[in-house]
Design a protein around this ligand. Structure first.
Ligand code: OGA
Ligand code: NI
Length: 359
């Protein structure tokens, strides 16, 4: 069974790293986007000069300043579904170690990485390229390793054994992001007027998927993307980027490049918070551009309720506003089922659970 799987994949699988290393002067046809979806790099059409929010998280720990931080979070979530955080408490050495381990992983020989390859989105540890190399109609200039990360002892033995430092370094970073995410979810609940302990038990037992992404230099960044426009299924995603490349869509549907800020982390609201807030907050649509000069790495830590736990609009927010629930309930597993059999680029998952009367 294992053998058959690998033989089949060997015929169709070429990583973005392998293409870059082979020195291809152009991207193969399967990476070429239709003109309307190209990123318009370098043109003023593609991006706008919007100032994106940066929040100093140390304020959350100072009783007299906490409400100010909560207010800033409320505004950022309403306007963008996105903010960067500084003074977040994760030491820079942990961040550097995790990035180093990821660099070593993606530099491994192809055969080593192929031990973990899978097109099955239910697999708890999965190496791949593009979004899903076996089903994508257009391919994206990205390689990734994704693994479940919480609770760590349950999953870590399944993580890559090479490079030897991987489990330790990425494990420490994963644990630190889990702690940070609990603080952020509390603050987000508070910013919605909910108890700060709202869903606390589910969040403690929740799942965490660490998507470690590698975007090698690309010979034709104007006609390809590292990731297409999408929102994350998570409640929130904590993103670490090694250089600029992420773009978010603002409320006027313009693409805005997220500046690289040394030491900062990016917080993105996912579909679970959109549902929980009954649409007061929206998940942020984002995409990744690539470039000719620098390989970019990112760690996207997707935090959500446990795999089978359904999230639904918070009763208090429905009652207070005299609204009907604007969304049906869903679980992380429902999302995985959806992307196994649907093209989520054509239709976002969250649009399938919106009630008809909502905007
Ligand atoms: C993701 C994602 C952004 C990035 O993995 O879902 O959006 O910058 N990543 O890699
Ligand atoms: Ni994403």
């Amino acid at each position: 069974m294992e053998e058959t799987k690998k033989t089949l994949l060997d015929d169709s699988f070429t990583s973005a790293m392998a293409l870059t290393n082979s020195g291809v002067p152009q991207v193969p046809d399967r990476y070429v986007l239709p003109p309307s979806q190209r990123p318009a790099l370098g043109s003023s059409l593609g991006t706008t000069e919007t100032t994106l929010p940066i929040i100093d998280l140390s304020l959350l720990h100072q009783p007299s300043l906490r409400s100010r931080a909560i207010h800033e979070i409320n505004i950022a979530c309403k306007e963008f579904g996105f903010f960067q955080v500084i003074n977040h408490g994760i030491p820079s050495s942990l961040v550097k170690d995790a990035l180093d381990a990821a660099t070593l992983f993606f530099d491994l020989p192809v055969e080593e990485k192929m031990l973990l390859v899978s097109a099955n989105v239910h697999e708890p540890v999965r190496y791949g390229t593009s979004l899903n190399h076996s089903t994508d109609s257009v391919h994206y200039w990205r390689d990734f390793i994704k693994h479940y990360s919480h609770p760590l002892p349950k999953w870590i033995d399944m993580w890559p054994s090479n490079p030897p430092c991987y489990k330790d370094k990425v494990g420490k970073y994963s644990e630190a992001t889990h702690v940070l995410h609990k603080q952020l979810i509390e603050a987000i609940a508070e910013s919605l007027g909910l108890e700060k302990t709202y869903l606390q038990e589910e969040i403690e037992e929740g799942s965490q998927v660490m998507a470690v992404n590698c975007y090698p230099t690309c010979p034709e960044p104007e006609i390809a993307l590292g990731m297409p426009p999408h929102s994350d299924f998570s409640s929130l995603t904590i993103l670490l980027q090694s250089s600029q490349g992420l773009q978010i869509m603002d409320c006027n549907k313009n693409w805005v490049s997220v500046p690289y800020i040394e030491g900062a982390l990016i917080v993105q609201l996912g579909d679970q918070v959109e549902v929980m807030s009954n649409g007061i907050y929206k998940s942020v649509i984002h995409r990744v551009t690539v470039n000719k000069d620098v390989k970019r790495l990112s760690f996207a830590s997707l935090h959500s309720l446990p795999l089978h736990k359904k999230i639904s609009p918070a009763q208090k927010l429905v009652n207070e506003n005299n609204n009907a629930p604007a969304y049906g309930e869903f679980s992380f597993n429902d999302f995985l089922e959806y992307i196994s059999s649907n093209d989520f680029i054509q239709q976002r998952f969250i649009d399938t659970i919106k009630k008809k009367s909502s905007p």
